[in-house]
Design a protein. Structure first.
Length: 467
């Protein structure tokens, strides 16, 4: 095994050839599909008379369009029903594993693959969804791809890609109470910018990430894409192996020991060379909230919306647009901003540990008058685990709605949408204009515990005041 980063090692092991264009033809070990970006890809295969080359390497679920209040079939939305029917048919015709609603394993694609043990260190993973970078938490190289690339993987199990540079993002020290993985990645993106990672893979390293559990690492890697990086990863360690060992698709017996030995060998070498290194101190990271229309427009809970003159010149145009769209003034505090809707869920923060942290805030308290607050588990397994712990009862007693699994209001390709100028406190990953279903709706990104705090107080508030 050559000296180098995990990225270099995994890339080299999966390189099939160098194409005339100079791109690498990269073998993809695991292909995850869902109902939104796959129908056109299957249609393209049919037009060319092609079959899925390695059906055992493709796994499907349904997540983006599923309603979270009533999942009875047929769906009330005829377009959503047509999309799930197309996925069902395509999986059946091509002999693909499909985790449908009611299977016990359905959920957001980036939640179910890790919890089933499909996601493993040293893999190359692709999915027609930008937040595929989540799987890098396991020491995998995971790419979000477009529809034509979904076709390419179905047909050839390979992708044509340019090799990335590697930036090491090192965070050291202990996070303060009330500061979570979501705050760490929002802080990184705020500092380096939404385009800072273009052309890079981000390797997240340092004692802060070493102390995080797998779900926290997934939150960080999930949003690497929001900082412009094509993928983000954490080197595998004992935390990774402890999480994986009992999972459905994890190696068993002697194969487990062989797998761990190999996973250890692909970790970045201590003398690996990086294209760039950026170091952060965990103690300096506050609970962070976005105020604008990109995930990079974030500030600490006790900070003020930046004035144009405080920003880099290239950031001022988008800031001016954000002030107008968000109806927020430069120099005003973010704390105290009134909220209409509170959403806990998504592939960023819809896992069991996220729900536990939010439930700690909700317990014994009640959602403020006039606030719509709801909790959407990331998968059927997460829902089952939460209900076994009584988290659903805590949320319902506090005035939150408890929903069925799905992507929900993260991108609103389902009935969960903002109305008009509503402003949402959201544990999701994007605050783009119109992202949550209303062309004029506004989104503030924050950790699940901060969303719960906003629900209780009716405004953007400091979670540390309720801990």
């Amino acid at each position: 095994m050559s000296k180098g980063t995990l990225f270099d090692k995994v890339w080299d092991l999966h390189s099939v050839s160098t194409l005339p264009s100079g791109l690498t033809q990269l073998f993809i070990g695991l292909h995850l599909i869902h109902e939104v970006t796959s129908p056109q890809a299957f249609a393209m295969l049919r037009e060319r008379g092609l079959k899925v080359l390695f059906p055992q390497r493709t796994v499907a679920t349904v997540d983006h369009i599923v309603p979270t209040d009533n999942q009875a079939r047929p769906f009330a939305d005829s377009v959503a029903e047509a999309m799930i029917q197309a996925l069902e048919q395509n999986c059946q015709e091509n002999n693909l594993t499909f985790f449908n609603i009611g299977s016990g394993n359905q959920g957001i694609v980036h939640v179910i693959a890790p919890e089933l043990g499909l996601t493993q260190p040293g893999m190359t993973i692709a999915c027609g969804d930008s937040h595929t970078s989540s799987h890098g938490a396991f020491g995998a190289i995971a790419f979000g791809i477009g529809t034509s690339q979904v076709r390419d993987v179905l047909a050839s199990q390979t992708l044509a890609l340019a090799k990335l540079k590697v930036r090491k993002i090192e965070v050291n020290g202990n996070l303060n109470p009330g500061v979570y993985a979501k705050d760490v990645i929002l802080h990184v993106i705020r500092t380096l910018g939404v385009k800072g990672g273009v052309g890079y893979a981000y390797e997240f390293a340092g004692t802060t990430f070493e102390q995080m559990n797998m779900e926290e690492r997934m939150t960080v890697c999930n949003m690497a894409i929001e900082g412009g990086a094509r993928c983000g990863y954490v080197n595998p360690d004992q935390v990774t192996y402890d999480y994986l060992q009992t999972r459905d698709f994890a190696p068993k017996g002697a194969e487990w020991d062989q797998a761990v030995a190999w996973w250890e060998s692909i970790k970045s070498d201590t003398d690996a060379e990086y294209d760039d290194v950026v170091i952060f101190d965990a103690a300096e990271i506050p609970p962070t909230v976005t105020w604008g229309i990109t995930p990079g427009q974030g500030i600490g809970i006790n900070q003020f919306i930046p004035k144009p003159e405080e920003l880099l010149e290239e950031d001022r145009f988008v800031a001016e647009e954000a002030y107008r769209y968000m109806d927020l003034l430069p120099g005003q505090p973010i704390k105290g901003t009134k909220i209409d809707v509170c959403f806990i869920g998504s592939c960023t923060n819809g896992r069991i540990s996220d729900l536990r942290e939010a439930a700690k805030i909700a317990q014994g308290r009640h959602v403020a008058a006039g606030i719509k607050a709801f909790v959407v588990p990331g998968s059927e397994r997460v829902k089952q685990a939460a209900e076994a712990e009584g988290l659903d009862k805590i949320f319902e007693a506090a005035g939150f709605e408890w929903r069925e699994p799905g992507c929900s209001m993260c991108l609103a390709m389902n009935p969960d949408k903002l109305q008009g100028r509503q402003i949402s406190a959201s544990s999701s990953n994007r605050n783009f204009k119109g992202r949550q279903g209303s062309a004029s709706g506004r989104t503030l990104l924050m950790s699940p515990a901060m969303v719960a705090t906003a629900a209780i107080t009716g405004e953007v508030a400091d979670v540390r005041d309720l801990l």
